[in-house]
Ligand binder design. Structure first.
Ligand SMILES: Nc1ncnc2c1ncn2[C@@H]1O[C@H](COP(=O)(O)OP(=O)(O)O)[C@@H](O)[C@H]1O
Ligand SMILES: [Mg+2]
Length: 280
């Protein structure tokens, strides 16, 4: 298909605001978390979404993967409205768009081994039982983990390893689109660089369409070709990374860039520098 793999058309998400009494007397207002957002993502794009905390980045992500439904507007996967696709529970689209979260510890069941966790995901994809072991080893290899990780429990792994497992689990579904919501924010700088390198390599090798949510402009710059800047539920700037970061047109983007320590246009923060360095 030639159209966008993912599109949002006039998507708004609002939540009721105010207490019970306000609502009772009809005085409650609604808080708009995402405000009339329209965007298209082309197949194979690596898009960075940045913006201060509360700007609606995670809301956008959860609408795109169907975890929440828009108050208005529609989300389209390969031109098909998600709302229609969701009516079919066994729908294959669920496999096609996967998400990695900031804190992989809370996303993994503490009582299940890594092998079990990945096997359950493979089962969901319909992979036959006999193939689980080989696929698990292959998946772990893909994210730079050895087969010895398989029998471990999440708490026996480091934060960086758990984040890789989270990624392996998402990849087990063979997604076309991967949304990573601040996937490295809970890791220390050297681990951040490793995971970003990994994402960058996987996006190319697997031809993934990647939406990378981050508040770190320097990281977005190393990883992404396009950047979307969000503020108060709206997209304020959207364009090629280089253009947006070197010639920001919106005052908010200028503010974001100037608030990065040491600047960003010519220099990079430690993470981005380490990521490029490690990539060799
Ligand atoms: N379930 C909810 N109920 C009420 N408000 C919410 C809910 N989810 C998110 N919000 C609000 O929507 C805004 C955007 O949140 P979010 O998308 O998580 O921002 P970001 O990921 O950019 O930090 C925030 O002000 C948040 O408090
Ligand atoms: Mg968020």
């Amino acid at each position: 298909m030639n159209g966008p793999i993912l599109a949002l058309r006039g998507v708004t998400k609002s939540y009721p605001q105010g207490g019970f009494l306000d609502r009772l007397v009809g005085a409650a207002s609604r808080f708009v978390a995402l405000d009339d957002v329209t965007l298209e993502v082309a197949r194979g794009d690596v898009v960075g979404i940045v913006g201060e905390s509360g700007s609606g980045k995670s809301t956008l992500a959860s609408l795109a993967v169907g975890l929440t439904r828009p108050t208005a507007g529609e989300v389209l996967l390969d031109g098909e409205p998600l709302a229609a696709l969701m009516r079919d529970h066994a729908a294959p689209w669920r496999r096609r768009i996967q998400m990695v979260f900031q804190d992989s510890s809370s996303a993994l069941n503490p009582r299940k081994t890594i092998a079990r966790c990945l096997a359950e995901t493979l089962a969901l994809r319909g992979v036959p039982h006999q193939a689980w072991e080989a696929e698990t080893v292959a998946l772990l290899g893909l994210v730079g983990l050895g087969a010895e990780t398989a029998p471990r429990l999440p708490h026996e792994l480091s934060g960086g390893q758990r984040q890789r497992v989270g990624l392996a689990r998402a990849l087990a579904m063979k997604p076309d689109i991967l949304i990573a919501d601040e996937p490295v924010s809970s890791l220390d700088v050297s681990l951040q660089a490793q995971v970003i390198n990994l994402l960058s390599r996987l996006a190319v090798d697997l031809g993934l369409t990647l939406l990378f949510i981050s508040h770190d402009l320097a990281v977005v710059r190393t990883l992404c070709s396009r950047i979307i800047v969000m503020r108060q539920g709206r997209i304020v700037e959207d364009g090629p990374c280089r253009d947006v970061l070197e010639r920001p047109t919106h005052p908010y983007t200028q503010l974001l860039i100037s608030s990065v320590p040491r600047g960003i246009a010519g220099r990079r923060t430690a993470v981005a520098a380490a990521a490029t360095g490690a990539a060799g």
